[in-house]
Design a protein around this ligand. Sequence first.
Ligand SMILES: Cc1cc2nc3c(=O)[nH]c(=O)nc-3n(C[C@H](O)[C@H](O)[C@H](O)COP(=O)(O)OP(=O)(O)OC[C@H]3O[C@@H](n4cnc5c(N)ncnc54)[C@H](O)[C@@H]3O)c2cc1C
Length: 390
Amino acid sequence: MPEVMSSEVVVIGGGVIGAAVAYYLSREGAEVMIVEEDDLAAGASGACDGFISLQTKTPGPHLRLAMESAQLFPALAEDLEVDIEYRRCGGLLLATSQDQMKELRARAKALKAEGLEVEVLTVSDLKELLPEVGKEVKGGSYCPLDAQVNPISLTLGLAQKAQEMGATIIRGCKVENIVVTNNRVREVHTTVGNIHSRRVVCAAGVGSNQIGKMIIVDVPVLPQRGQILVTESREPVLKILVAGAEYLGTKANIQALMPADVEAAKLGLGFTAEQTAAGNLLLGSTREFVGFDNQTTPEAMNAIARNALRYLPWVEDMDVIRSFAGLRPCSPDGLPILGTIKGVRGFFLATGHSGDGICLAPITGKMISELVLDGETSLDITPFSLYRFK
Ligand SMILES: Cc1cc2nc3c(=O)[nH]c(=O)nc-3n(C[C@H](O)[C@H](O)[C@H](O)COP(=O)(O)OP(=O)(O)OC[C@H]3O[C@@H](n4cnc5c(N)ncnc54)[C@H](O)[C@@H]3O)c2cc1C
């Protein structure tokens, strides 16, 4: 490894966002270097679900970004050498009270008005998609465009393809400082040497605040822990993504859909379930602000298991084989932070994707690549600017 390196663009972070940015930049022929302090997918992108969920997005710019992103997945699945296990399986949001049903109905109307296909279903309509649900379930909403992907394969696939197109990936390389002179990024200092570069993309997930400090900019990203239970592998038993209305409540801060139970509310508990291509069920999840602690806890494990039984009682006869927790890079409003910084040319933000980074990775990669190379984007990303918080 030479002591002084150089690259047209340095991407900080080898999670799904950094990998997507590197992929789209490499496709345009840019010289790219990913620097990752640990390993690819070592952060949230390696400890999450694979929901490409559209009906859980907020109508407006968030939904539009997600719909554009969802459209990019089929081409990615074709282009990447790694099987990313992409499936347009459809998704269900389940209600356990009439109040929740009312809220889901109103949301379905708002989502439909923006062109997303969403159907409100009664319990008997549900039977076709999900033969057995808990007695508390009162119905739900269904989006046929919701899809599923393997997040680790997606991250590795994007990075590998970027590498094939010429990108360099340096693992075990922590960014310690960014040199800015005359209002322009000049150099990135890392634990393995200095890199001359006039363009730096921050895709450092929960490390983004630290990176921002290096150029004296506050990037308001906090770690939000999410815990997941993994069951033994089974033949296909769940062909669709499933979430509870409270998942949407805790995710999007919708008061009417928050968990009524105090303990559940404290954990930010919201039901999610999907079956991976390998046959394991991923049962989730929680939302807690506990700093950089990414340990699982017995309280959360119990709460997730009990909650899963409310929605899908048949999981009772499945063995749990492991658990994991990841740290979502959470912005104050849960939406990504994308774009440039005032007064520091050559610095770009691609962070704060909170609980949506897998879904939004392709469109983020594409938009940031356009911004870095052309100075403008084909889709308006100003609603995601850092300056919406000021
Ligand atoms: C339990 C859980 C479930 C989730 N489910 C979904 C889902 O179903 N669908 C969905 O769309 N999203 C989901 N998410 C959210 C998704 O995981 C994240 O939004 C996404 O992974 C963020 O990707 P990232 O690349 O920004 O961050 P990360 O994957 O965390 O990558 C950032 C990388 O930057 C590196 N880094 C940090 N600082 C430095 C530094 N100074 N120098 C070098 N490298 C550095 C880190 O080591 C890390 O590898 C979930 C998250 C969790 C925790």
